[in-house]
Design a protein around this ligand. Structure first.
Ligand SMILES: *Cc1c(COP(=O)(O)O)cnc(C)c1O
Length: 365
């Protein structure tokens, strides 16, 4: 038995004939950039996500840059973020001249608002929670905190399309959120792709200009801009995939339930919160455990052909020396000594999941 962490060919092979048809149809029309399938996809994506607007962009990292620019984050501003995230969450700030301020991770792997409170200065302009592993953080707490300190709220929801808090989806809480269509994300395309979701018409308009050289609908250049647009052919693939995406989420949540059931009894593992946890509707981009003797467990599983990953190469953003984003975050550092991602994707069978759990139980017995 072999359970790879992620089956990349399957992103395509799972529906190969249909994708070939879509490719041929879009390319035969010469519909490459900002064409019909992109506009339809944006409409369908916004509808799915329960927001007014969606804009397709080159990738989620570009989307974050445009989100900051459109929200008016500028030189000298400080932005609060959870250090348990991809560097991409705050990398665009280095281009803008703003400063990322790392804060602690909470029990649910998302931002700890109490830690954020202790980092506020007169320069703090925004807070950007990462909706990590397909979970929306407690946005009541984030919004109340932001109101108290007059901060802008943005979301790095690259991992969380379809996830909800109290029935509200990502991108709907503050000025907007980003989505990634990187192949291994829950809704993946065949290369790079991303989007911004927003309910704010001003954000929608500014991002629309920024992504296309500052040009408005009539092709008139009205400001400096950038070039980052989701390819129309990728949008066409994603339109097709979006139709079955609710099923994919259902399957991911079912797998998380299986892990909960089959590993819940082990005292050596701290599991993520289960799929039916209260106000949160999680989509399980990842299944992240905290394990005793993590490195040994990882090798043990590798020997038995079970692929696992330590997220972000095993370092929180503030622990990456080259980035000089220094802070002392003891809870996050402790977390990184034990965290591990188990395989969780729609290609897994029930037998695959049972095999992974069996091996983990064997390791600890
Ligand atoms: C994947 C990811 C990104 C970056 O997405 P790209 O589309 O690859 O640029 C940003 N933030 C988080 C939390 C991610 O998981």
């Amino acid at each position: 038995m072999k359970v790879p962490f992620f089956n990349y060919p399957d992103v395509y092979l799972s529906d190969r004939d249909r994708f070939i048809e879509i490719f041929d149809s879009v390319c035969s029309k010469g519909a490459f950039i900002l064409q019909e399938d992109l506009h339809f996809f944006e409409k369908e994506l916004a509808e799915f996500a329960g927001v007014k607007y969606a804009l397709g962009l080159g990738n989620a990292t570009d989307a974050l840059l445009l989100l900051y620019l459109a929200a008016g984050v500028t030189r000298g501003d400080e932005v609060l973020f959870c250090s348990h995230t991809m560097t991409a969450t705050v990398a665009p700030l280095s281009l803008i001249g703003a400063t990322p301020i790392p804060v602690e991770v909470g029990r649910d792997r998302t931002i700890d608002v109490e830690s954020a409170r202790s980092k506020v200065t007169e320069k703090t302009k925004a807070i950007i929670p990462t909706q990590l592993n397909g979970r929306v953080t407690n946005m009541d707490a984030v919004m109340a905190f932001a109101k108290e300190h007059d901060l802008i709220v943005l979301e790095d929801s690259a991992q969380a399309l379809g996830a909800q808090f109290k029935g509200k989806g990502v991108g709907s809480f503050g000025l907007g959120g980003v989505i990634s269509f990187y192949p291994a994300k829950t809704l993946g395309c065949f290369g790079d792709g991303g989007a911004i979701l927003t309910n704010d018409s001003g954000m929608h308009e500014r991002i629309g200009l920024l992504r296309d050289h500052g040009r408005d609908k009539d092709g008139e250049t009205v400001c400096w801009g950038y070039n980052t647009r989701l390819d129309t052919v990728q949008a066409a693939f994603l339109r097709h995939k979006l139709k079955s995406f609710p099923e994919v989420i259902k399957r991911r949540r079912a797998i998380a339930g299986m892990y909960q059931e089959q590993l819940g009894g082990l005292s050596q593992l701290e599991l993520p919160l289960p799929p039916d946890a209260g106000d949160h509707f999680d989509t399980f981009q990842n299944y992240e455990v905290v394990a005793e003797r993590r490195d040994e467990l990882k090798s043990f599983l590798a020997e038995r052909e079970v692929g696992t990953i330590i997220q972000w190469g095993g370092k929180a953003v503030h622990q990456i020396e080259a980035l000089q984003c220094n802070a002392s975050l003891p809870a996050t550092e402790k977390f990184f000594a034990g965290c591990l991602l188990l395989p969780l994707n729609a290609s897994l069978t029930d037998e695959d999941v049972a095999y992974v759990c069996e091996q983990i139980r064997a390791f600890y017995s």
